[in-house]
Ligand binder design. Structure first.
Ligand code: NCD
Ligand code: ZN
Length: 343
């Protein structure tokens, strides 16, 4: 097959950042995605309905001329989030709340310290038909960084899923066989997003033959057996798994530093790279479910009606992208060949 037409996809997890950066990030995503779930980890974070609404206005203002791209807004849970905050968010059209364990990842310092005290908020999300989106890693420093996702499942995820049985939960950007197996065997109303980097790469691609800061994201890339498990699960076509790029831009100097930050900016190539993976797996017939149906169905939103076409054509991801303020970003897969291209 040299060409594939699919219903226009949505991105169920990404980071647009703010201000100047929006002109770059919003158009890169709007080139191929109809909607995107926008993560709230700005500095300071988007913790209230009012902050989400003003952020949404800034995103809409950054859309390219004529674009009908729609951002789906989220709020950021902290130790102080109240049931009223959830009701206000619902009234403002916010669909989901994101839970970062404090200190788990980039811009998560204001995240949750005590999960136990958040149960009334989880109940409120369920009562208001909103989703809980979880960054599933423990933050205990003595736990090996490669084991933090599995530990989160054992310590917390099992409990949350069980104690709030009518809450829809997305286990974001899963990276392990443990997480894939957990989601497969979990009750209805539990799903996961998977990024292009976790399907394409494993930790050798970050550490073998030199450190590659542009492949460093959180949760960190795992060993190849986990990569293989994620590839198997998308190939299976299970509706519990859907596209979430976790596109997360950082400037080149913040990535290439003695304490480089986590995140891969994949918006320029993500859809093409997912297509490449499904092609490698001989599973192009499962691509559209993953990119365009499973997420919308899980969120309870209508499927898109427009379509996009990808063609088998090799191209090279640029080495740098220049932001409106002159700063540089090195995109994910910079300088590498991608086998598919958006027509
Ligand atoms: C994300 C970011 O930069 O905001 N970084 C990342 O490595 N994925 C945060 C996140 O989703 O963990
Ligand atoms: Zn993310």
């Amino acid at each position: 097959m040299n060409e594939i037409t699919i219903i226009k996809p949505d991105d169920w997890h990404l980071h647009f950042r703010d201000q100047d950066m929006l002109l770059e990030t919003v158009s890169a995503t709007a080139r191929c995605f109809a909607r995107a779930v926008v993560m709230p980890n700005l500095v300071p974070p988007v913790t209230t309905a009012a902050l989400a609404l003003s952020y949404k206005e800034r995103i809409l203002a950054a859309r390219p001329e004529g674009s009908s791209f729609t951002p789906i807004m989220t709020i950021y849970l902290t130790d102080k989030t109240s049931v009223q905050d959830i009701k206000d968010a619902k009234a403002a059209g916010v669909l989901a709340a994101k839970m970062y364990p404090a200190g788990a990842t980039t811009n998560s310092d204001s995240g949750v310290n005590s999960l136990e005290s958040l149960y009334p908020v989880f109940e409120a999300l369920a009562d208001n038909d909103m989703l809980l989106l979880i960054h599933g890693e423990v933050t205990q420093k003595h736990i090996d960084i490669f084991d933090r996702e599995k530990e989160f499942i054992d310590q917390h995820m099992v409990k949350i899923v069980d104690r709030v049985p009518n809450l829809k939960i997305v286990f974001e950007h899963i990276t392990t066989k443990d997480a894939a197996d957990f989601v497969l065997s979990a009750r209805d109303g539990v799903a996961a997003t998977i990024t292009p980097q976790h399907l394409l790469l494993n930790r050798n691609d970050m550490l073998d033959g030199g450190m590659r800061p542009h492949n460093y994201c959180l949760p960190v890339l795992k060993r190849s057996t986990h990569q293989a498990a994620l590839r198997a699960v998308v190939k299976s076509g299970s509706p519990k798994f859907f596209l979430g790029t976790d596109s997360a831009p950082h400037t080149k100097d913040r990535k290439e530093s003695d304490c480089g930050c986590a995140g891969c900016y994949s918006a320029w190539s993500a859809l093409e790279l997912y297509t490449q993976v499904f092609d490698e797996l001989d599973a192009l017939d499962k691509l559209e479910g993953f990119t365009s149906f499973h997420g919308a169905d899980f969120y309870g939103l209508p499927r898109n009606t427009e379509s996009v076409t990808l063609i088998r054509k090799s191209w090279e991801v640029p080495g740098n992208i220049t932001l409106p303020n002159g700063e540089l970003i090195v995109p994910f897969f910079a300088g590498k060949e991608v086998a598919w291209k958006l027509k």
